[in-house]
Design a protein around this ligand. Sequence first.
Ligand SMILES: [Zn+2]
Length: 403
Amino acid sequence: MRKDPARLSFEVQARVGDARAGLIRVAHGEVATPAFIPLATKASVRGLSSAEVAGLGYELVLANTFHLHLAPGEASIADRGGLHRFMGWERPIITDSGGFQVFSLAHGGVADEIKGRRGSVAGGAKVEISEQGVAFQSLLDGSNRFLGPEESMRIQAALGSDIALTFDECTPFHADRDYTARSTERTHRWLDRCLARHEREGPDGQAVFGIVQGGVYEDLRRESAERNSAAAVDGIAIGGTLGREKEEMRGVLGFTVPLLPGDAPRHLLGIGEIDDLLAGIGMGIDLFDCAIPTRLARHGTALAPAPEGRFRIDLTKRAYGTDDAPIVEGCACEACRRHTRAYLHYLARNKDLTGTRLLTLHNLHYVERLVRGAREAIAAGDLATYSNAVLNGASPWAAAAAR
Ligand SMILES: [Zn+2]
């Protein structure tokens, strides 16, 4: 690990069991941990202004190297004064490497995402993976593009994020052990190339997180954790498949997290359901990013103290059409303070932008309160009571009040 306060400092302020509460300091400010990171994939948390995201209490957002490279392009953003100024967000930003997106091009996930918006590109993406990196065709305009370790670091430097992630292959859950082993080794060679490029070209004030891969295999995860811990990184993220089910995920995290250095931030990539957040926090993870809260909002679904329904309610269901209660009783968000389930049901059925905005505000408020409650519970020395109350159906604020 590297200790360079000019890039990043991390202070653990309280511990209970394996869980910890702390403070990360980077170029654009402080982030209290554990923290949830909303996705600002294409330089916006979809539907909200940057001021609204800050108003919800968030201190860090995650932007996407792959998407911003395709449009508007990192040069254009650099010319506008960097990503912070471009999107009017003064707080810290973390950028992912684009590795996940170029590798999922082959499987269609990202292609659908882009095609859904543009509606004009036919057929699948041409993707060629080599030791050098990934060559692919832009689904926006058909142009030939290339993303590898050096390109990813160059783009993230131009965007000016506070924390860059190294370029990796996110191994899919169906990859076998051989494939995962070879892929993880290549990811380690890419880690070295990312850090060499960053060392050479900077920027000086930017922190870098390495990514532990290795799929569901304990020996591969161990090797990857050791490789990352020995590298000059400022924090470590856990990526790749964690298995098919929650049980398996908890198992993989159970043997992976203890392999990570205790004095550096730990970021779990792409996980963000209510029970998974609490489990991860309990294991000592500091940062989480996930599309779920904002994506659910766009589909008319609200987070709620409903363990029997995966902590969500689908407001598009007919029964909510005559329901005069707020989404969640006692919720301080704008949607719950001013509106009924019936109104939100009606907006969601009409695919009204107002409905998407209100549900996005609610879901992000709910997750912020959940994680803040956990932070306070750790500081008070009793996370278990809080977590159990939430898992048993209390809202985050009710669980915090009962603690
Ligand atoms: Zn609400």
